[in-house]
Every structure is written in C-alpha cells, then in structure tokens.
Design a protein around this ligand. Sequence first.
Ligand code: 5GP
Ligand code: MG
Ligand code: MG
Length: 179
Amino acid sequence: MSKDIEKVLLTEEQIEQRCKELAAQIEHDYEQENTVPIIVGLLRGSVPFMAELIKRFTFPCEIDFMSVSSYDGTESIGDVRIEKDMDLSSKDRAILVVEDIVDTGRTLSEVRKMFLNKGATNVKIVSLLDKPERRVVDIEADYVGFTVPNEFVVGYGLDYNQKYRNLPFIGVLKPEIYE
Ligand code: 5GP
Ligand code: MG
Ligand code: MG
C-alpha cells in the first residue's frame, strides 16, 4: 500500500485540520439558513471525508448515500450513471452533496441537475479536492478542502481500480503501478 506511493500531497493531519474548518463553515451557513439538510455522500470515494465532516456537525441534519459512476481506471468514460439511488426523498429538501474530487465536473453537474429535477430546494456541494485544470463543465463546489495539481491522486477515499481508498493521506502512485 504505502510502498506504492511516490509522494504524499496531503497528510492526515492537514486533511483533519481542513475538515474542522470546513465543518465549522458549513454548520454556520446552515444555521443561518435555518434548514435541516440531507448530507448525501457519493459512494464510495466520499466515505472517509464524509465521516470526518459529519462527526463535527452539531446542527440537525440527515445523512444518505448514493452511487454514481463516471470513471474507469484513470480515464473518464464520459457518461454518468446512477448505480444506487439514495433512500430519503430529496423533494423540498436542502441537499449537501459530499464528493471526493471535482475533476472534469461532469459528475457533479449531472448530480446537481438530478436533485433539482427531483424538487430539491437547494443543492450545495462540498468536495475534499478540486482539480480545476481538468474542468470541462462549468461547475464549482461551494466548499473545497484543497486544490490539487493535474495528477491522479489516491487515498482518503480515492481509488485506483478500487484500491488505496483506505490510505489515511492523499498521494500519487509510482508510475510502475499503472504498468
Ligand atoms: P468528474 O466527473 O469531475 O470528472 O470526476 C468525478 C470522479 O472521478 C471523482 O468523484 C473520482 O471518483 C474520479 N476522479 C477524478 N479525478 C481523480 C483522481 O485524481 N484520482 C482518483 N482516484 N479519482 C479521480
Ligand atoms: Mg467520486
Ligand atoms: Mg474511482
């Protein structure tokens, strides 16, 4: 696992510290609006980040998960499919989508549209990472943990062929792993 990593971009301490700040900001904003949002994690990459955020929330919220897919290996296949829908109804609800990374922006743009079509009153996005250099769809997350360079990253939920999600940091794999 760790031996396959060429370099660490973000340590566990940096991520936890940033999650504290994000959680405080998000909590402040929902308290101001006086709404009870549904926090929707996109499986599976958002799980560690979602856990790190929600354990710090002291305001009323509900949580749910859904699974969409757009990626195979390191290259986007271009279309977004809903593989597992959430259980709660998003009609007339404020939604906070939790994502691991905004890359081309296709996934979040589709997910946002889908929630608005289903009657959500408000859709916000929090993403642990943002890779703006790769954007093809004009979309920004409302809250971003860190901006990362145009490199394929793994760890803290992010996978390469379903592995490395369990690493407690964000890193870049050695080139020979892809060979
Ligand atoms: P987008 O639709 O914005 O292009 O990409 C969305 C999904 O692609 C992310 O949720 C993530 O699963 C995957 N992805 C994009 N960039 C990376 C990356 O650098 N590393 C990993 N592991 N997944 C990525
Ligand atoms: Mg994802
Ligand atoms: Mg993936």
